[in-house]
Design a protein around this ligand. Structure first.
Ligand SMILES: Nc1nc2c(ncn2[C@@H]2O[C@H](COP(=O)(O)OP(=O)(O)OP(=O)(O)O)[C@@H](O)[C@H]2O)c(=O)[nH]1
Ligand SMILES: [Mg+2]
Length: 370
């Protein structure tokens, strides 16, 4: 163990022993901020360290990228092959996959890229195993499938911790916290709704990060961890779900017990699958599709009738610009304006620009220069 890890361990032990209440909240805030800073330093150090160095480069393609995260031999490659028809090597020994293997899954008109990666192990966030390379790929994905097998449901806890340590926040909205450094005036707090933190706690956390003067705006409440995340930055917020593989190897009753335990402990309904037999493959595709969020947009040519048969499938929240990019690389440069018909427009045929965010079922006409 490095000195950094020892220090983190010591502080974590202290945190465990301290109950959170009004009297201890300031101290806890300070300890948490210390841990987060040390961990960031450890992760950065691991990321910078040499030895096999450059990390993986994967070309993103399709409408979204989903990454399969799990311990070695849980069946990531088997699952990738089943979902996409890719041919990632499968074997009964650990660390079969040593690089990133992409596959393409088409579902309900969406093209979803799925990435098979080397197995993750405890300590990955600090660079153990192929942690350094793997974490980079996970951070830049649009969704994470946390894969364990029926004999190792406890791996979910380890994987969650590794992801957290690597600055990856799962199934959460980014807290709405704005920090503006100032020249003087100390730490000042403004909040919309209850802040959830008192000024003393905030000062303790900011002070630990050498921030003595700043205006802080919290909308919709925040925890100490949220504030620490905001101070340190560099956090990614990614949706995820748990899949439990190899259910063909145990009895139905045992499967149900695992399902119940995981959904109770993590508040996420896991999906029980067998990548080998193909059990629940349509279900997992549907979960991926639903969780990523897609919508349909109908296109109407500048002169002509709309194609109401075949909608364009794009991520929910996409803008007119996103659609232009998808249709043709020139469209953004040659774009003049667009017209929208739909439930959310002010009037039928409303004129909009590139940043306009579309809604499910919108009818869109793009006017370009010729
Ligand atoms: N019975 C059963 N075996 C499975 C299932 N999925 C995978 N396996 C087996 O489990 C072993 C490991 O599968 P892989 O797909 O190589 O696992 P991996 O997660 O990619 O492993 P690494 O690349 O080493 O990280 C192989 O022997 C597979 O045949 C399943 O659903 N049921
Ligand atoms: Mg593999």
């Amino acid at each position: 163990m490095s000195g950094l890890e020892d220090q983190i361990k010591e502080l974590e032990d202290e945190l465990q022993k301290t109950p959170y209440n009004k009297a201890t909240s300031k101290h806890i805030g300070r300890v948490k901020a210390k841990i987060a800073k040390l961990r960031d330093e450890a992760v950065n150090r691991a990321m910078r360290s040499g030895g096999g160095g450059e990390g993986y480069s994967v070309k993103k393609s399709g409408d979204a990228t989903v990454v399969l995260v799990g311990f070695p031999s849980t069946g990531k490659s088997t699952l990738l092959n089943k979902l996409t028809g890719a041919q990632s090597e499968v074997a009964a020994y650990e660390f079969t996959t040593l690089t990133v293997v992409p596959g393409a899954m088409e579902y309900k008109g969406a093209k979803i890229q799925i990435l098979d990666i080397p197995g993750l192990i405890a300590g990955a966030a600090m660079g153990k195993g192929r942690g350094k390379e793997v974490i980079g790929v996970v951070r830049s994905s649009d969704m994470i499938v946390i894969l364990v097998d029926v004999f190792n449901q406890g791996h979910v806890d380890v994987l969650m911790k590794e992801l957290y340590d690597a600055g990856i926040r799962i199934n959460r909205q980014r807290p709405d916290i704005t920090i503006k450094k100032t020249a003087y005036g100390g730490i000042r707090l403004n909040s919309v709704g209850a802040a959830g933190l008192d000024l003393e706690e905030i000062r303790a956390i900011m002070g630990e990060n050498k921030l003595m003067n700043a205006d802080i705006l919290i909308r919709g409440g925040a925890t100490q961890d949220d504030l620490i995340d905001a101070v340190l930055g560099n956090r990614v917020f990614v949706p995820a779900f748990i899949a439990v593989n190899k259910v063909d190897l145990i009895e139905q009753k045992a499967t149900e017990a695992i399902e119940e335990d995981l959904s109770r402990r993590f508040g996420i309904q896991p999906i029980m699958i067998s990548a080998q037999t193909g059990y629940h493959m349509d279900e997992i595709k549907e979960v991926i599709y639903q969780k990523l969020g897609f919508m349909r947009v109908f296109l109407k040519p500048q002169s002509g009738v709309a194609d109401l048969e075949e909608p364009l499938i794009i991520r929910s929240g996409s803008s007119v610009e996103d659609v232009c990019r998808k249709l043709h690389r020139d469209f953004v440069d040659r774009f003049r304006y667009a017209r929208i018909w739909g439930k959310q427009v002010k009037h039928p045929g409303q004129r909009v620009g590139l940043p306009y965010r579309l809604h499910d079922g919108d009818l869109l006409s793009i006017i370009i220069e010729h």
